[in-house]
Design a protein around this ligand. Structure first.
Ligand SMILES: C[S@@+](CC[C@H](N)C(=O)[O-])C[C@H]1O[C@@H](n2cnc3c(N)ncnc32)[C@H](O)[C@@H]1O
Length: 254
């Protein structure tokens, strides 16, 4: 049976790829990589990070088949879920076409861990559901950016006996208003923590471009450290050509 491997490759550094992921990478015939042609800043650099991981860990080179990524409505569409589902379906059709044209076992190199804010598992399931191709697929876990954030700040993500909320920047204001007091925030291009009411009641542990040569960290009470984060974030973007950041927010005891 044909195999599809969805392989978590960690947040960018070749040392953070697991032994299991290396084995899976060496077992596939080629990699399928969505080609984001939307001019998204940093796409080239992230592709180069993937190429470096392949160079370090493949015993012999594998072809990389790029698949044009369908357009997605990024402007907060009225029906967000429907817009994402349409995009997943268009992606599934593109993957199906590429897999039909290229026989053999396929590897998807997923940034971080495939279970967190990544659509590859859902899209591969859609390819199967479309019924044209038959294959087995599995998922190889990766080090997520939230794990690397915790390690760099030497953090336990949950406070003793409390819960951890993982949210997007878009959801942060609503989660905080609903009483969440220990949150990891991802996918926050707008650094929405800056607009939270009473910033002096939060501690933040922040990290950008973790695992890359321009990794940067900051931590402190939100009102005191925000300017530093904004400055370092801009410097990191200038130095790397891209910036991706993740942070833990914890409400301080009154
Ligand atoms: C589409 S999500 C993918 C998350 C990924 N699956 C993971 O497990 O880390 C992209 C978000 O992950 C976070 N992220 C990914 N790589 C990162 C890195 N090297 N440093 C800091 N944050 C990162 C950022 O919050 C970014 O907006």
């Amino acid at each position: 049976m044909r195999r599809v491997r969805i392989i978590g490759i960690g947040p960018g550094h070749p040392d953070q790829v697991t032994v299991e992921a290396v084995r899976a990478m060496n077992e596939v015939d080629y990699f399928l990589v969505p080609d984001k042609t939307d001019g998204h800043a940093g796409t080239g650099e992230l592709l180069r990070a993937r190429e470096e991981i392949c160079r370090r860990h493949l015993s012999s080179p594998r072809p990389i088949v790029t698949v044009p990524d369908p357009e997605r409505d990024r402007d907060d569409p009225a029906d967000y879920r429907k817009a994402v589902e349409d995009w997943h379906e268009a992606r599934a059709a593109a993957f199906e076409q590429a897999m039909a044209a290229h026989p053999g076992d396929v590897g998807f190199l997923v940034w971080g861990d495939p279970s967190l804010y990544d659509s590859t598992i859902r899209v591969v399931e859609r390819v199967l559901a479309r019924g044209r191709l038959a294959f087995d697929y599995d998922v190889v876990p990766g080090v997520s950016s939230l794990h690397l954030l915790a390690a760099r700040h030497r953090l336990v993500l949950n406070d003793i006996g409390t819960s951890l909320t993982v949210a997007t920047g878009r959801r942060l204001p609503a989660e905080a208003a609903a009483g969440a007091d220990n949150l990891v925030v991802m996918l926050d291009g707008a650094l929405r923590c800056a607009a939270l009411p009473s910033p002096s009641s939060w501690w933040i542990w922040w990290g950008a471009n973790l695992g890359s040569p321009h990794e940067s960290l900051a931590a402190g009470r939100l009102d005191r450290v925000l300017d530093e984060i904004l400055r370092v974030r801009a410097e990191t973007r200038n130095a790397s050509g891209w910036v991706m950041d993740t942070y833990l927010m914890r409400r301080l005891p009154r």
